[in-house]
Design a protein around this ligand. Sequence first.
Ligand SMILES: Cc1cc2nc3c(=O)[nH]c(=O)nc-3n(C[C@H](O)[C@H](O)[C@H](O)COP(=O)(O)OP(=O)(O)OC[C@H]3O[C@@H](n4cnc5c(N)ncnc54)[C@H](O)[C@@H]3O)c2cc1C
Length: 379
Amino acid sequence: MSFVESEERIALRKAVSEFGAEYGHDYFTAKARAGEKTTELWEEAGKLGYLGVAVPEEYGGGGGGIGDLAAVCEELAAAGCPLLLMVVSPAICATVIARFGTEEQKSKWLPGFADGTLKMAFAITEPDAGSNSHKLRTSVRRDGDEWVLKGGKTYISGIDEVDAVLVVAILETGPVLVVVPTNAEGFTWQEIDMDLFMPEKQFTLFFDDVRLPSDAVVGSPDQGLLQVFAGLNPERIMGASMGTGSARLAIGKAVKYAKERAVWDTPIGAHQGLAHPLAKIHVEVELARLMTQKAAALYDSGRDKEAGEAANMAKYAAGEAIAAAVDQAIQIHGGNGLSREYGLASMLASSRLSRIAPVSREMVLNFVAQNSLKLPRSY
Ligand SMILES: Cc1cc2nc3c(=O)[nH]c(=O)nc-3n(C[C@H](O)[C@H](O)[C@H](O)COP(=O)(O)OP(=O)(O)OC[C@H]3O[C@@H](n4cnc5c(N)ncnc54)[C@H](O)[C@@H]3O)c2cc1C
């Protein structure tokens, strides 16, 4: 048993951290403000192998695990560049295809994930189902050699910048995962107006009898449910990593300011009213990071069930930590906390995202209550 990351993982973190610093939080906020994408950052990260670090080597990837990908995501977020699409494209989509895809599907999609030239969104959420995935209605049926997809999804990230979307659809036998190219006939979408400060946009999707080729359904249709679960654990681990990375950024800004600003004789960081909350949040971020690394280690060693519990706990802890970190960092900055110059107010709405997506805080607590504590359920 080791509580220390490997030399390789530590070196990866350092390299990604230095790479992220070349772009930095000012670059990220300028892009978001201008309504532009962080395309050059994504492309360079892809070329350097950071986005494909968990793709198997035979398809051009780094051959690492979700723990490595999560480290990349966390370090980029800590450098001020949280990449929302990392949580879906290389983490869910590439993982599911690598684990369950046919040989043809792997050869078709994985090399693009390995170098970041392919981006894929992930769509499970539906307007009328929300957190209740038993109410999913988007359906897929066989028609000769083809599949026909009908229904819709909502709050799907990044459709305007991806090549395809991995859709959870219902076949008579249960859920399956379907790859839908964004240029498929009958597939349209509408942007949702968000007051979220990030380059990635959110969309409602419409599938109007979209006809897809026979290889559109990932792997074997009877493994659909297993595939969904295999994708959701990496999503939670990555969501947690983005949260802890962003929390580190906020704490870093707060510490710097608390050391420099003095309105009495000592810097404001000497007042325990500011120092203690910051120390408490630092502890909480470190605990969330530890649980995230544990979840990734369990997942990478094939222990899916235990990884599920740890990934949920990590996601919960990270969601609470980032929300508290941004809130306290703003408080420490006084009026400056709400100014544009210090780059904290722009983090406020997105710091709440980790409590809502990819799974809400309440649904995580339901999971822990029912699975870890064996309590009865109310719904
Ligand atoms: C910026 C953003 C990006 C997103 N990106 C994606 C994406 O790329 N792909 C995708 O598929 N989805 C995406 N989502 C959707 C996200 O996963 C959902 O918003 C989330 O799962 C919550 O579902 P909901 O919004 O329908 O809330 P609801 O299910 O309507 O829940 C509303 C409230 O009720 C609570 N609640 C519901 N049921 C219970 C219960 N049984 N017990 C206690 N409380 C309960 C919830 O916790 C929540 O607080 C994104 C969302 C956002 C905001």
